[in-house]
Design a protein around this ligand. Structure first.
Ligand SMILES: [Fe+2]
Length: 360
């Protein structure tokens, strides 16, 4: 399989991975031949790229960070919990997360188990979901990334569990915000933006009232939009005043926001998302956290087309587990001429670098 820009799909090409609706049902099945009409529909929906099956790359595997089954299970648990909170808040003004403590711990444990079982570096390109309930997929992705960063920073199992819970619940305050504002596809007004910003404080206040939730987890909700240079919100606190877990979640949050498919803008690829984090890292993030992220995930995921500094063109075949930005590549073209494909390992050919990463 290889990853291609939606704009360069040719009619008749075969979809390599299914595209899901947020309720888990499939919108387009893998194996379907993409007609002109379907390609147009993908573009209309704001989908920047998809996986395509073809002869030259049919053996390239794309393994998601967590299994589809666990993703479905976690999403539906979160939906249940968030919906309950929204309802109870409206009806009785009482809070009820305590009943779900075990359910949340179970989700985190299962994600940690699957991440540990991974033989390859974690693939950051998640399945493409078209969703109005973006919050569930987003929270889940942030949890996966935060756990990857935490493991790289050598946090122990109980610290990781705490971090995972903080990540899963970091945006819980959004259940108290008008969905019309949250899902508005156009630019927000200043007033609307101010309302959205209150999700941090609302989430903190809510979590503080739940006895099974530790204060650290509540602080993840409170502080994940704070930045070390003091430019964040809600309080504009700086540096080490921001809890390490909230800083980790902040990095994971920004990465997922820029690399996810949303209706109103194009999704960035992982290396672009990481580059953005590096640029921000100068002022806003602790560079050690950004480094830990880069060192634990596939910067160039399998199936992506790369151009090398000697004008060769290829597709990423496999990852080198501990050298996340130097994968194994199947070369398909030299100086723009198609050649008999062969493989090179960038961890062994150190003079060769990836200069471009295109979705051709
Ligand atoms: Fe947030």
């Amino acid at each position: 399989m290889r990853l291609v820009a939606t704009t360069s799909i040719k009619p008749g090409e075969i979809l390599g991975q299914s595209i899901f609706r947020d309720n888990g049902t499939v919108l387009l099945h893998s194996g379907v031949a993409l007609s002109e009409r379907l390609i147009e529909r993908l573009e209309e929906r704001g989908i920047t790229y998809v996986y395509i099956q073809d002869e030259l790359t049919k053996d390239i595997e794309i393994k998601p960070a967590i299994s589809e089954r666990l993703r479905q299970e976690a999403t539906s648990s979160m939906k249940e919990i968030f919906t309950k909170i929204r309802k109870e808040k409206l009806l009785t003004k009482s809070f009820a997360l305590d009943d779900h403590g075990k359910q949340i711990t179970d989700i985190i444990t299962k994600i940690m188990d699957e991440l540990n079982d991974h033989e390859e570096t974690i693939n950051l390109l998640t399945d493409i979901y078209l969703t109005d309930n973006y919050i569930f997929q987003h929270s889940l992705n942030v949890t996966i990334y935060a756990l990857a960063i935490g493991a790289n920073l050598k946090l122990n199992a109980s610290e990781l569990t705490e971090l995972g819970k903080g990540a899963l619940l970091h945006d819980i305050g959004k259940v108290f915000i008008d969905p019309e504002i949250l899902q508005k596809p156009d630019k927000l007004t200043n007033d609307e933006y101010e309302i959205i910003k209150t999700h941090t404080t609302l989430g903190y206040e809510f979590l503080r009232k739940n006895h099974t939730i530790s204060s650290v987890i509540a602080h993840c909700a409170f502080q994940h939009h704070e930045r070390i240079d003091g430019t964040g919100y809600p309080r504009g606190i700086k540096g080490e005043d921001i809890h390490l877990y909230a800083q980790i979640i902040g990095v994971a949050d920004v990465f997922d926001a820029v690399t996810s498919t949303r209706v109103y803008r194009k999704a960035m690829l992982p290396h672009e998302g990481l580059e953005l984090l590096y640029t921000s890292a100068i002022n806003q993030f602790d560079i050690r956290i950004v480094e830990a992220f880069k060192n634990s995930v596939a910067v160039y995921p399998n199936g992506i087309t790369v151009k090398l500094n000697d004008n060769r063109l290829g597709v990423v075949l496999k990852q080198n587990k501990h050298i996340c930005d130097r994968p194994i590549i199947r070369i398909l073209k030299e100086e723009s001429n198609a050649i008999e494909p062969y493989t090179i390992d960038l961890s062994k050919e150190l003079t060769i670098t990836i200069t471009e990463c295109d979705l051709v």
